[in-house]
Design a binder for this molecule. Structure first.
Ligand code: F0G
Length: 374
């Protein structure tokens, strides 16, 4: 991995006068990928040290495919607010700060709102987040509230919230930090850099959940940039997966009433639709739908067989890989993106776990031993 540390551009709280960065200390993705990002000495870096998330081999998933494939997950749920959104938000908020913004706004199925709230707070800006009432996982809502955002719940879905925030950003002094904000994708493309840095080349396939279609666009930007710089020899096929009840890129038309238990990707009219279609064409990729049942079984499998807890929407990448496994070439290297942490949605975990709390253990050793089966 090449880090281009610029000691003059450290976050304000890093005591740069006594700067001593241990070689293993990750500086946050803006610092790490400085030459690849639209930043300058005028950009105040607002960071929570996001990025540098692990690429974890998942042999039990590979075994289910056979054909000597290698499968990894990019566990982006280990970012500071628990999702890949932090990658985009460090850039969007830093650039908003640079431009003198005092407030930001986003529509969100939950993760964007948590990231926007955290980074805005860190940058001394107000955050307004508009969410579909009743369809945001508990952990995400808790984060946005605790980070101090103004959380505005509408009786409508994400697509309606998105239209509203776009209009607000035109009319009021608030900067839009949804993925139409170009800096979001600039930050998010660094996940592709990290994958290439870890593997030494791009994978054959990149499997990714798709909602508003910003992330698939960002990954492709990242792979293409690295390829143009000679940092990888190949480009992956981009395999996007949507929930069957919210699959406009699969059906080819907007879905007016999206429904899925993977609430993060409960989106019927993706803002980045055209860009995502261009990615599909350029990478010879595909969009496929996975049912909620398939999502849940991949979600449980990742936890039970690999010890990896992601949120349901994230498991769509693995569910999708398993669904189209016949198409995978022998010996292929595949990366599935796990976009969000399982702790975001504890309700889903408890509801859909096949394991249960063993109730009624008396507070004595005999009772415990009996319950343990000894
Ligand atoms: N996975 C998770 C966990 C997400 O939160 C999202 C999007 C996606 C996948 C899809 O990414 O929209 O770039 O295609 N969440 C947005 C939000 C919509 O508001 O948090 P995408």
């Amino acid at each position: 991995m090449t880090l281009s540390l610029n000691p003059n551009r450290l976050p304000p709280d890093s005591h740069s006068s006594q700067l001593q960065i241990a070689p293993h200390r990750w500086p946050g993705l803006i610092q790490a990928y400085w030459p690849y990002l639209p930043v300058s000495d005028q950009t105040p870096v607002i960071t929570l040290m996001e990025g540098n998330t692990p690429l974890i081999p998942v042999p039990s998933i590979a075994d289910r495919i056979g054909k000597s494939v290698q499968v990894f997950v990019k566990y982006d749920g280990l970012n500071p607010t628990g999702s890949f959104k932090d990658r985009g938000m460090t850039m969007a908020i830093s650039k908003a700060k640079e431009a003198g913004a005092e407030a930001v706004i986003c529509a969100s199925t939950g993760n964007t709102s948590a990231a926007a709230a955290a980074y805005a707070l860190r940058g001394g800006m107000r955050a307004f987040v508009v969410i579909p009432d009743g369809y945001v996982a508990l952990g995400k809502l808790a984060q946005a509230l605790l980070y101090g955002a103004k959380v505005l719940a509408i009786q409508g879905n994400f697509d309606q919230a998105f239209d509203m925030v776009c209009q607000s950003a035109e009319k009021y002094p608030v900067t839009l930090v949804n993925s139409l904000n170009p800096y979001r994708l600039e930050g998010q493309k660094t996940a592709a850099f990290e994958i290439v840095d870890a593997l030494g080349d791009a994978p054959d396939w990149l499997c990714i959940p798709v909602g508003n279609a910003g992330n698939i666009t960002a990954y492709w930007m990242g792979f293409c940039e690295y390829h143009a710089q000679g940092r990888c020899d190949r480009l992956p096929r981009m395999m996007g997966f949507q929930a069957a009840g919210a699959a406009p890129l699969v059906t080819g038309e907007p879905c007016p009433h999206p429904e899925t238990l993977a609430t993060a990707i409960r989106i019927g009219n993706p803002a980045n639709r055209d860009r995502a279609l261009a990615v599909q064409a350029a990478s010879q990729g595909a969009f496929n739908a996975v049912t909620d049942e398939e999502i849940l079984s991949a979600y449980r499998l990742l936890a039970a067989a690999e010890g990896i807890f992601c949120e349901p929407a994230s498991a769509a990448s693995v569910a999708g890989l398993l669904k189209v496994k016949e198409q995978i070439p022998v010996g292929a290297r595949v990366v599935c993106v796990l976009t969000g942490n399982g702790l975001k949605d504890p309700d889903a975990a408890i509801k859909h776990s096949q394991n249960q709390v063993h109730q009624g253990v008396e507070p004595n050793l005999a009772s415990l031993a009996t319950a343990m089966g000894f």
